[in-house]
Write a protein that binds this ligand. Structure first.
Ligand SMILES: *Cc1c(COP(=O)(O)O)cnc(C)c1O
Length: 424
């Protein structure tokens, strides 16, 4: 083992340090494996119930009428998330697009959208019109209201009660912290918030941005009352095999309205050829619980290594996990760059590429990104990025298999030791 790691550039000291950390994580990893087992069985049950067969892997072209695989897989999604229906398409280009059609499909002029959990994910700002944007909900006369979290990260129930009014038609709840420093919410916490909102206004449509959260727990927000859960297939539910796509699982009515927005009124879910993707979407969803578990182990391993070396980590080494993102505060540009170089060097694809900081649209500082992925931009695969500004946070996620996640993290530590930034 030592030799093969050495061939990959990992020194004996770094490997030993990693193994010492791992020895303390046995129980946690067992819990993650049990969780994966539960979710794996949930997905297999849904596949068996819907009689998934080889015929489902064929694909349609043109209009895509009567696409067996696509229609069956949507039922598999619905049964896994315990919802009435689901829309799962390659024509949904990313998570932002899925959230966009869920919102635009279900809101009408004069309605108000409420975020009771503070500022939503960056890309939603232009959809909603928080940042003026052509075609935003604001342009259609849909207003937006936001209630920030309390300083301790909790829900501000009094302010939420005060914010709900006769126009409030929909609430959006983001499960993962995304690039904020608040904690990610457990499904249990989301359930409490949903129950509170329902008490104030029973007919409210409640959407949960489920990105990065799928299969990290045994239940999903749709099990605790959400009308829609929404996410990206190049994150957890694609299992690393889906090359593109997004999903919305929810009530029949909500999903239908979103489908009319994705395609067009009258056509809805009936059209949308599955050109060559059905098998990878089925197989990716089948693998997703175990792939998510690998990513979770990687995140916990990284948290434990870097916390031990004195870097602040969110979530910390012992906290329970509700998504696959790990933030590490690296405190200097040199450390951030070394970390990203290590992740890149430990990747199966583009390992010889040297990531350098660069300018990015929408950022006021340079950003460095590391990703050696089979699917471009896939963040269920090993990847890391961070803006070059104080406090030099890196956001790390993914790893399709646990050994590959482990290698990537050891490789990041190797680069930090070689640069003389940490001593182990
Ligand atoms: C990734 C993500 C999205 C959507 O992002 P895309 O890059 O468009 O897929 C939305 N919300 C959260 C919390 C996310 O992590």
């Amino acid at each position: 083992m030592k030799n093969i790691y050495e061939n990959l550039g990992i020194s004996e000291e770094v490997l030993r340090f990693g193994e010492e950390i791992l020895a303390g994580l046995k129980t946690r990893f067992e819990e993650i494996d049990e969780n994966a087992e539960y979710n794996q069985l949930k997905v297999i049950s849904a596949m068996q119930k819907n009689r998934v067969s080889a015929a489902c892997f064929a694909s349609s072209s043109g209009y895509g009428y009567d696409d067996l695989g696509r229609d069956v897989l949507e039922k598999v999604y619905a049964d896994t998330f315990h919802t009435e229906d689901a829309l799962m398409r390659q024509q949904i280009t990313c998570g932002t697009h899925a959230l966009g059609i869920a919102l635009a499909g279900n809101l009408r002029p004069g309605d108000e959208l409420l975020s009771p959990v503070g500022r939503p994910y960056d890309t939603l700002e232009e959809i909603i019109g928080i940042q003026p944007s052509v075609g935003s909900l604001a342009e259609y006369g849909i207003t937006y209201r936001q209630v920030d979290l309390k300083p301790d990260g909790g829900f501000d129930y009094d302010a939420i009660r005060a914010a709900v009014n006769e126009k409030t038609r929909m609430a959006t709840i983001q499960r993962s912290k995304g690039y904020q420093s608040r904690p990610s919410f457990s499904v249990g916490q989301i359930g409490e918030l949903i129950a509170f909102l329902r008490k104030i206004k029973p007919e409210l449509i409640i959407m949960v941005d489920n990105c990065y959260g799928e299969f990290t727990e045994r239940i999903e927000p749709s099990d605790v009352g959400a009308d829609m859960v929404v996410g990206s297939l190049i994150k957890n539910p694609g299992g690393g095999l889906a090359a593109t796509g997004g999903y919305i699982a929810g009530t029949k009515e909500c999903v239908e309205r979103a489908a009319y927005r994705l395609t067009t009124p009258g056509l809805g879910k009936e059209v949308g050829a599955s050109i060559e993707v059905n098998r990878s979407f089925f197989q990716g969803f089948f693998l997703a619980p175990v792939v998510t578990a690998a990513a979770l182990k990687g995140a916990i391993f990284a948290a434990n290594i870097y916390e031990k070396l004195g870097f602040p980590v969110i979530p910390d080494s012992v906290e329970s996990r509700h998504d696959i993102i790990q933030a590490v505060t690296l405190k200097s540009p040199e450390a951030l760059i070394a970390f990203c170089k290590g992740i890149q060097a430990g990747s199966p694809v583009d390992s010889y590429v040297d990531p350098v900081p660069g300018d990015m649209p929408g950022y006021d500082s340079q950003v460095i990104m590391a990703a050696g992925a089979f699917v471009q931009g896939s963040s269920i695969e090993l990847s890391a990025d961070g803006p070059l500004r104080e406090p030099y946070n890196v956001y790390f996620q993914g790893g399709l298999t646990w050994p590959s996640a482990k290698l990537g993290i050891l490789s990041s530590l190797q680069k930090l030791t070689e640069a003389g930034i940490v001593r182990i």
